[in-house]
Ligand binder design. Structure first.
Ligand SMILES: *Cc1c(COP(=O)(O)O)cnc(C)c1O
Length: 391
């Protein structure tokens, strides 16, 4: 999606349309820079960490909010050949971008849309015996690759234990199917030392044994980003990192081995000096304790700058910390820039809201959420700039 796309009405041949618009960066309230070189470097890091298993790339939810149209080709260029998305429509979008990629649909085989998978060379992650049966009916005699997911403790998607036992005793249910991987998903890979990861690994290994006859030579896939860093036992044949590609720390509690991919800059619109006890923002939820300088920045919750960052977020202005004071409103935030040199905080200069010195995980913490939600909430009003990569 181009950020300077105009609504249909402004593209008409009305007299106004003859006037060329100014630079989109000058018009925008926020500028989102996405570093495709950092994305490629993160990919290489995950390839090295996954080896000898293949690393895939999870690009669901518009590549975690970064823009799949730019991220997927950059990942392909870096060497990624296997991709995962959540939804069938995401897979169709990705197919148009990457004609040669292996594309898996995590959410499974959508009823009523079965024919789209073989027609566009897409691979469902089959999540139940019912889906397995429908997939066989769809294919008839023409085999087409798919993955099969078992529930090893997430209680969300995949075959349950009794379905697993049923498939083991009725292996003809999978006869003639090309199951590339048996897979499952870890619930607590990002919790250091969680016993749940070991329990899921044990269940997954047992399921492989149980299904060995039914599935034949299928590979195996268990690890998400954090799972890759749990050690070789978790990597099997194919790893499925998503978040780490985009800069989220896959080793919580330890230093982040990944590079930051996004930088978000909000434009300072105005500055004002306020007196002690004067309120800032809706509900006057913050009051100045002494003479205070406030910078108003043109980014708000409508841009995905979460309202829970009210009085808890932090920005960098000219490299100096500037706390978010008062409530985040729809289109604006207010920063305390009293400690920032005046030259750095002027109308037209930028407050950094995300970036190498303000990682997504830190902002997620401040918002009472996780970096994943910060990235997938990134708004559509930003002027997006893609740097590096092949383009
Ligand atoms: C989203 C997802 C992934 C990627 O997880 P990250 O934690 O972002 O690396 C892998 N596997 C499944 C099944 C997923 O849903």
């Amino acid at each position: 999606m181009s950020s300077d796309a105009l609504p249909e009405s402004s593209k008409s041949d009305s007299p106004e349309s003859a006037v060329p618009l100014s630079d989109p960066a000058a018009r925008a309230g926020g500028i989102l820079e996405i570093d495709l070189s950092a994305l490629a470097a993160n990919w290489q890091r995950l390839v090295a960490e996954s080896a000898p298993a293949e690393a895939s790339a999870v690009v669901k939810a518009d590549a975690y909010g970064l823009g799949v149209a730019e991220a997927a080709p950059a990942l392909w260029q870096a060497g990624a050949r296997t991709f995962f998305v959540a939804q069938l429509d995401e897979a169709l979008t990705l197919r148009a971008l990457l004609p040669q990629a292996r594309i898996y649909v995590l959410n499974g085989l959508m009823a009523g849309a079965e024919a789209d998978y073989p027609a566009h060379d897409l691979r469902p992650v089959l999540n139940s015996l019912e889906e397995l049966g429908r997939w066989r009916q769809t294919l008839g005699a023409r085999p087409h690759p798919a993955a099969l997911q078992i529930d090893s403790g997430m209680s969300r998607l995949g075959l349950e234990a009794r379905e697993l036992a049923r498939l083991a005793s009725e292996p003809q249910r999978a006869a003639g199917l090309e199951i590339t991987h048996l897979m499952s998903h870890l619930a607590s890979a990002d919790v250091p030392g969680s016993p749940q990861s070991e329990q899921q690994l044990a269940e997954f290994l047992a399921a492989r044994q149980t299904l060995a006859a039914a599935l034949g030579p299928a590979g195996a896939s268990l690890a998400n980003s954090a799972g890759v860093f749990l050690g070789p036992a978790y990597r099997f044949d194919l790893t499925r990192p998503g978040s780490a590609l985009y800069g989220i720390n896959p080793t919580p509690g330890r230093s982040n081995p990944m590079r930051q991919v996004v930088r978000l800059k909000g434009k300072i619109l105005q500055l004002r000096e306020i007196d002690p006890l004067r309120g800032v923002g809706y509900g006057a939820s913050w009051r100045a304790q002494g003479p205070t300088r406030i910078a108003t920045v043109a980014v708000g919750y409508a841009d995905g700058y979460l309202r829970s960052l009210s009085n808890s977020g932090e920005a960098l202005v000219g490299g100096h910390k500037a706390p978010v004071v008062g409530r985040v409103s729809m289109d604006l935030i207010t920063l305390d820039v009293t400690a920032v040199p005046e030259a750095a905080a002027r109308p037209g200069t930028f407050a950094e809201l995300l970036g190498p010195d303000l990682p997504v995980d830190t902002v997620g913490d401040a918002a009472g959420t996780i970096g994943y939600e910060i990235l997938t909430s990134l708004g559509r009003r930003y002027h997006r700039v893609y740097r590096g990569g092949a383009a």
